[in-house]
Design a protein around this ligand. Structure first.
Ligand SMILES: Nc1nc2c(c(=O)[nH]1)N[C@H]1C(S)=C(S)[C@@H](COP(=O)(O)OP(=O)(O)OC[C@H]3O[C@@H](n4cnc5c(=O)[nH]c(N)nc54)[C@H](O)[C@@H]3O)O[C@H]1N2
Ligand SMILES: Nc1nc2c(c(=O)[nH]1)N[C@H]1C(S)=C(S)[C@@H](COP(=O)(O)OP(=O)(O)OC[C@H]3O[C@@H](n4cnc5c(=O)[nH]c(N)nc54)[C@H](O)[C@@H]3O)O[C@H]1N2
Ligand code: SF4
Ligand SMILES: [Mo]
Length: 757
């Protein structure tokens, strides 16, 4: 007998509602939930394979603990004993910074990952925090921090209402969108065109997204900041700047005009490889559109000027009056956001409050660059202790971060490492303890992070679709116990962690004059919380304190967990609305258009006007049926186009003697890899593309399918030294590489060829 259950899909940022078919405790099917208030039935091939992802036989079922050098199955009790015994002596002997925390991408796709890591970081008081953000969107956090005073205030393009979308370095037809949560992103782009809107795509590859566009600009990788600066220049020069309603909340327009004065279309054209007339047209189209949104993603962030490019994306939205208005780029308001305080000056955003020990990288948003993780472990310095123990939650940095080989060795040298991971993979194989979370069908779901980035305000919660299998532990409980073990409270009741957070949060809320619970008794409020367990009570608390909440009875028709449970397909909270000046937390209480750290970084951009790559440069790409490094073990999702091949333009292939399908050798600053060539004019000349997340051929893993077709690790071509200095974000795109055919009988090299010697 089969039944169905609802589950929000955790496999990408689109957060589609799924209807799962369940036989016994096995998920045998998944289709889009037509009644979902946000996704309305949309599903992609990854979501359709939810059952296969969930039921992967290689998922770990019990904890593993290293004994006599080998990882062996153990009980939960043994595992947490080992965690406490491994971490505490390191903290006590060498101090909190000697314990590193590494948080990977799936933390934004689990409730546990949203609710517990902040408690772990605060409890350990370590500054050695590294996350996937510094191989991803840290430049956007920094630009938002500087512009708006809040690193979390990220404007989202109003996809469903805009007349013109300028999309930079993103390929939502494969990725399904990022920092812009939108189920059926492809359908929304088609709807934009159907209502007479226009789409412009800037990408060195002619992606499936670019193929939809009215205009595709195959920019030279790494030069978007120059291109966007020149667009800002044109807006000023041609008198197209029109802040509209934003004028009273924006500071620094004149300073900005002076700062972009050098970036004329003629001066950037050669570096970007885009004609000056085209740059002018881009600026004019943006200004002329009734409404428009500029949106940049991975290709605009993971480059040497990532923060400047991210800043310029918002600058263009502001100069054309498109920030914070329907059809432009808006700040979402999620149900679990804190109750907005009244508008007014805030504390602003600081960078570099501390620095990494070895290379002195400035912190950003409390994090150090994950590219520096290996050196923080393997390099001794006069001041401070190296990292000797590591807590890794949902991360596979050996594949996802530059120079995995070095990190591989560094991890081996640690006194202690614990991984919270469902797989024994390239990273967790180094752990002394592996704590496996249950598969997604056995976990509850709410999108704390993605609802703050969604193109429509809405709220949904799904309880576990399948009960926990015997011997399993919820990931929320795993992380709560891990916090206790790491902070010297091993053995205490994990519910104490939630109770402490609830106490602190309510205690603060009753003191805030703008809170609906101002002046009330926190214990009385705690007693009103509903939910089956700590995480649910915390969700209830956040909903009730939040902008749509019932305020613990103040607004009886407001949101509570009970109300949400009564709406299993979610509750629509309406389209995005204008919110400025309320979200601003800058010291001036205004949008600070030309913040000092940005102004200080512009000379570096001016230098880039003269830079031209001599040889080929590498960019990445994503495939629809994949997700970073961890979905290559599911047979239903591999094969076909989802393969680790090197895309190379026919002209480059011909010049280098590279044949379609033949093996080519790539060499970069961090090492060499070999991959089959796919000759295609889908990449522009001068650029080659290799996807990331591959290289599943290391020993000691348990990834039977992935190991059979391992691919190669593109990040081995990088040595981790290339960073965007403001954000510490890794440069993953536009990196110089040498390419040569493997066959001996390559045509004779000419002087201009990038042959390997
Ligand atoms: N060259 C290059 N490198 C890149 C990128 C690129 O574009 N080019 N992209 C970068 C980006 S954007 C990102 S976000 C990073 C991602 O890099 P990571 O954050 O390292 O993410 P993944 O590689 O997806 O690895 C996720 C890990 O979480 C585990 N996992 C899966 N589900 C769960 C769960 O429910 N709970 C727990 N605890 N663990 C789980 C998986 O088994 C895996 O070990 O990679 C970056 N690396
Ligand atoms: N199927 C699938 N979906 C995913 C993921 C996945 O691995 N697979 N990962 C998820 C994650 S963690 C993230 S962060 C998002 C990322 O979502 P997206 O940002 O949409 O990611 P990509 O598909 O890598 O698109 C980046 C594009 O930037 C282009 N590019 C490279 N360099 C430059 C440059 O210098 N300038 C410009 N203008 N473009 C450049 C690349 O050619 C590529 O087409 O996707 C998420 N969704
Ligand atoms: S688009 Fe993303 S969230 Fe939607 S079904 Fe596919 S993987 Fe899941
Ligand atoms: Mo990402």
């Amino acid at each position: 007998m089969s039944r169905t259950a609802l589950r929000i899909c955790p496999l990408c940022e689109a957060t589609c509602g799924l209807t799962l078919t369940i036989e016994g405790t096995r998920v045998t099917g998944a289709r889009g939930d037509r009644d979902d208030v946000f996704s309305q039935g949309f599903i992609c091939p990854k979501g359709a394979s939810f059952g296969a992802v969930d039921g992967d036989p290689d998922r770990l079922r019990t904890p593993l603990v290293r004994k006599d050098g080998e990882l062996r199955e153990a009980t939960w009790e043994e595992a947490f004993d080992a965690v406490a015994a491994g971490l505490r002596p390191v903290v006590e002997r060498y101090g909190p910074n000697s314990v590193g925390i590494v948080l990977g991408n799936p933390n934004v796709h689990t409730m546990a990952g949203a609710l517990y890591p902040p408690v772990l970081i605060a409890g350990l008081r370590t500054r050695s925090l590294f996350t996937a953000s510094t191989v991803d969107q840290m430049p956007k956090h920094v630009s938002s921090g500087l512009l708006y005073g809040d690193a979390g205030a990220i404007p989202v393009p109003d996809l469903d209402h805009t007349d013109h979308l300028l999309l930079i370095g993103a390929n939502p037809l494969e990725s399904n969108g990022s920092l812009c949560t939108a189920p059926d992103f492809p359908g929304r782009l088609k709807a934009l065109k159907a209502r007479g809107g226009t789409l412009t795509v800037i990408d060195p590859r002619r992606t499936r997204t670019a193929a939809l566009a009215d205009r595709h600009i195959a920019v030279r990788p790494g030069t978007d900041a120059l291109l966007l600066a020149a667009m800002a220049y044109v807006l000023f020069e041609e008198g197209l700047v029109d802040l509209k309603g934003l004028a009273p909340v924006v500071d620094g327009v004149d300073e900005l005009r002076a700062a972009v004065g050098d970036f004329t279309p003629d001066s950037v054209a050669e570096a970007c490889d885009v004609e000056p007339d085209v740059i002018r047209a881009l600026a004019r189209e943006l200004a002329a559109a009734p409404t428009a949104a500029v949106y940049g993603r991975i290709g605009s962030c993971t480059v040497p000027h990532g923060t400047l490019a991210s800043w310029l994306v918002d600058v263009l939205n502001i100069l054309t009056g498109n920030l914070d208005r329907p059809g432009g780029a808006l700040f979402p308001q999620a149900a679990t956001d804190r109750m907005p305080r009244p508008a007014g000056p805030g504390h602003g955003f600081s960078l570099g409050r501390w620095h990494s020990r070895v290379s002195k990288h400035p912190e950003a948003k409390g994090e150090l660059p994950i590219s520096a993780l290996a050196e923080e472990i393997d390099t001794a310095t006069d001041e401070g202790e190296p990292i000797r123990a590591l807590v890794v939650v949902a991360a596979n940095p050996v594949l996802s971060v530059p120079d995995g080989d070095r990190l591989d060795k560094a991890l081996d040298s640690l006194d202690f490492m614990v991984s919270v991971d469902p797989y024994l993979n390239e990273t967790s194989r180094h752990a002394h303890v592996v704590l496996p979370p249950p598969p997604p069908a056995q976990s509850p779901h709410h999108d704390f992070a993605f609802n703050t980035l969604a193109v429509r305000n809405q709220v949904r919660y799904t309880r576990p679709a399948v009960p926990l299998e015997p011997g399993r532990m919820a990931e929320t409980e795993i992380l709560a116990r891990l916090i206790l073990a790491a902070t010297g409270m091993h053995g205490a009741d994990p519910a104490a962690v939630d109770a402490m957070v609830i106490d602190q949060t309510l205690g603060k809320a009753v003191k805030e004059p703008h809170s609906p619970v101002h002046g009330r008794d926190p214990r009385e409020l705690a007693g009103l919380l509903t939910g089956d367990n700590g995480p649910e009570r915390r969700l209830d608390m956040m909903l009730r304190l939040g902008p749509y909440g019932d305020g613990f009875g103040v607004r009886p028709d407001g949101l509570t967990l009970e109300k949400l449970l009564a709406h299993p397909h979610g509750i629509d909270l309406g389209p995005l609305k204008s919110r400025l000046p309320q979200p601003l937390k800058t010291a001036s209480g205004k949008v600070e258009l030309l913040p000092q750290p940005i102004a200080d970084d512009l000379p570096r951009l001016r230098q880039a006007l003269r830079e031209r790559p001599e040889g080929l440069v590498l960019v990445g790409r994503r495939h629809l049926r994949s997700n970073n490094s961890w979905m290559h073990n599911v047979p239903a999702l591999t094969g076909g186009s989802n393969r680790c091949t090197l895309h190379i333009h026919p002209e480059d292939a011909k010049r280098l003697g590279v044949r379609d399908g033949a093996a080519v050798r790539l060499k970069g600053a961090g090492g060499e890899v070999t991959a089959p060539a796919e000759v295609t004019d889908g990449v522009r000349p001068g650029v080659v593309s290799l996807p990331h997340g591959w290289g599943h051929d290391r020993p000691g893993t348990r990834l039977s399918h992935a190991a059979a077709d391992p691919g190669v690790n593109v990040n081995q071509l990088l040595d981790g030294s290339l960073l965007d200095p403001l954000s510490g974000n890794a440069v993953l795109n536009g990196v110089p590489v040498e390419v040569a055919p493997m066959s001996r009988k390559a045509p004779p090299a000419t002087e201009n060829d990038q042959q390997l010697t």
